[in-house]
Design a protein around this ligand. Structure first.
Ligand code: BTN
Length: 236
């Protein structure tokens, strides 16, 4: 079971950047950088991640000796952990669902962001969860735990997240990515769901088919089956 060592900061540029710095200094597996706010929080695809006080921002140093093509597996593990953690704080009727590659949705709004980066032989798993504050200026639906009727504090969310993450890392160590893939599919949009995938200036529309063994998205379009390894997915 992974043991986490949490280092708290009032404010950093990005917890991922601080975790990179600590990893380069040799910080061990399980080191967690948690900040009350970020001044230059980063999202996927070089986007900004709005980071006012009131939400959870943390980055975890993972030393897993994974070959680089398998780094994507960590994003799926993290999404399952975020979904579990959030559901412990939501009213019983609310569900956290998943959308490729690692979006966690509540009431159809994105409630969390996950950013996995590599530095030397370590992975930095950055996770943001909207506890109280809905980010503004974004082009997609967002939600928060408290706005969805949940009872949560930032520190309580962090504790729930780290417990859930330790559990899913155990499942992965024991049963491999096959078990993660099955658990992820059980919480994601069902096969046939219309999706729009944007990769740079290219957009593909189709129906969700499956997730490949390496985490790639499989969609069926009118022109045939397509495989996506990167990009943004929206419901069409
Ligand atoms: C996304 O675009 O969906 C990923 C957003 C990831 C945000 C988190 S907040 C903690 C960590 N530090 C960062 O600068 N980014 C990640």
């Amino acid at each position: 079971m992974t043991a986490f060592d949490v280092r708290n900061y009032d404010s950093v540029g990005s917890t991922n950047d601080e975790a990179v710095r600590l990893a380069q200094e040799g910080a061990p597996h399980g080191t967690v950088v948690h900040a009350d706010k970020q001044t230059v929080g980063r999202g996927r695809l070089s986007r900004r991640w709005s980071s006012p006080p009131g939400n959870l921002y943390l980055s975890i140093i993972l030393r897993l000796n994974l070959p680089a093509p398998r780094n994507v597996e960590i994003g799926f593990i993290a999404a399952l952990a975020v979904a579990d953690a959030i559901e412990t704080m939501l009213p019983r009727q609310e569900r956290a669902t998943l959308k490729w590659p690692n979006d966690v949705l509540v009431r159809n709004g994105k409630i969390s962001g996950i950013l996995v980066e590599q530095v030397d032989d370590a992975l930095i798993l950055g996770i943001g969860i909207n506890v109280l504050m809905a980010p503004d200026g974004v082009s997609y639906n967002v939600s928060t735990i408290v706005g969805s009727g949940g009872l949560a504090t930032v520190d309580g969310t962090r504790a729930a997240l780290l417990a859930a993450l330790a559990n899913w890392l155990d499942v992965w160590h024991r049963d491999g990515f096959a078990a993660i893939r099955i658990a992820w599919l059980a919480r994601a949009h069902p096969p046939g769901t219309p999706l729009r995938v944007t990769m740079g200036d290219r957009t593909i529309e189709g129906r969700f088919a499956d997730i490949r063994d390496d985490g790639a998205l499989i969609i069926d379009t009118d022109e045939g089956r397509r495989i996506c390894t990167a990009g943004d997915v929206g419901f069409a």
